[in-house]
Design a protein around this ligand. Structure first.
Ligand code: KG4
Ligand code: ZN
Length: 341
């Protein structure tokens, strides 16, 4: 079954063709990062316009690269939310048009479920139960998945999402946009023990996360160094900040797995591309004999292959989405796309 996947929830226009939820036949991403760079963040109206310009040519290119044409598509999966509503609408409208023209099965996908299913592209079908840690520009969520498509939210961020904090600290350090990957690269040259930044909400307290205090501590440290006439060691600041973020994330994820009695951890979302998060999570999971599944970095960040994969598993269960489905900026993970097929 060849599923066409479409993703336009934020600043990446993405179209992919995936066979049986696993084999990527094409996976095209048109990034708008350069359009948003000068604003230091994603501007919703600019994002919507860019999606509009890109979606149709990208659709035909993705099919061509997969070596198929519209008539060969067996189903269409599209991100319904969460995300920027004007951005989501563009992908949703394109998907609906294809479905109406071809009369093929249609399924709406939760973007965050897509991030989980990026793992199925890399590792094949993953059986539940597991704990998944979802970290992106908009979300930080620790979720227990006892059975397919059942999501028990254990904790989430009380303020900034992890990617958002990475981007803000990177911006403060003058690194550019999006800052996460730039900060990751810089941190590799620094000493992560150099500065002891605060770790908020230890795993004994709860599975929620908070990064605003840490962010403030970084700003205060750099400003104090500058005021004292010293040039703050940017590499060390980056490495020490990253360590403070990642240490808490890993500790909570491991604790959640123990708490729920599961042997498997799945990582997903853009921050899942972070070198240190991948490394420390692997180390700590290994110490406890837990299986850790992570998509390759390029499938952690937003793409449409993950949407096609998540959609495939829903379609396979006979789930279908009504064509009247609306874009939803704050779609909960527990949302089910279905009217029975
Ligand atoms: O999942 P994603 O592509 O988009 C959302 O759904 O939000 O995540 C994007 C976020 C951005 O904040 C970006 O800076 C961050 O993921 N990111 C990283 C890395 N690569 C991407 N953060 C830290 N280290 C990275 N290597
Ligand atoms: Zn995402």
């Amino acid at each position: 079954m060849k599923v066409l996947g479409i993703e336009t929830s934020c600043d990446e226009t993405a179209v992919a063709v995936v066979e049986d939820g696993r084999t990527i036949l094409s996976n095209l991403i048109s990034s708008q990062a350069r359009l948003h760079e000068r604003f230091g963040g994603v501007v919703p109206e600019v994002a919507s316009r860019a999606h509009l310009e890109t979606i149709n040519p990208l659709l035909t290119m993705a099919l061509a690269e997969a070596g198929i044409w519209f008539g060969d598509v067996d189903g269409v999966a599209v991100t319904v939310g969460p995300g920027l509503v004007g951005a989501l609408l563009v992908g949703l409208a394109a998907a609906k048009a294809v479905v109406v023209a071809l009369d093929v099965p249609f399924v709406g996908v939760n973007h965050l479920e897509g991030h989980i299913y990026a793992n199925m592209l890399e590792h094949g079908p993953v059986t539940e139960p597991y704990v998944t840690f979802l970290v992106s520009g908009g979300h930080t969520m620790l979720v227990h998945v006892p059975e397919p498509h059942v999501y028990e939210l254990l904790g989430q961020t009380l303020d900034d999402a992890a990617g958002e904090a990475f981007d803000k600290v990177a911006r403060f350090l003058g690194l550019g946009f999006p800052g996460g990957p730039l900060l990751d690269a810089l941190a590799q040259k620094g000493d992560r023990e150099a500065i002891r930044f605060p770790r908020a909400l230890s795993e004994q307290d709860s599975y929620d996360f908070s990064l605003s205090g840490l962010k403030t501590a970084v700003v205060r440290y750099v400003k104090a160094e500058r005021a004292a006439g010293r040039k703050p060691p940017t590499e060390d600041v980056a490495a020490s900040f990253q360590e403070a973020v990642v240490e808490v994330q890993v500790a909570k994820t491991i604790a959640a797995a123990a708490d729920k009695g599961v042997r498997k951890i799945l990582l997903g979302g853009g921050v899942g591309a972070n070198t240190r998060l991948r490394e420390l999570m692997a180390e700590r999971a290994g110490e406890r004999g837990l299986e850790l599944l992570i998509p390759p970095p390029e499938l952690c960040t937003d793409n449409a292959a993950m949407i096609a994969s998540a959609g495939f598993y829903r379609l396979q269960r006979g789930e279908r989405t009504d064509l009247e489905v609306a874009a939803s900026p704050s779609l909960p993970l527990s949302w089910a796309p279905s009217i029975a097929g």
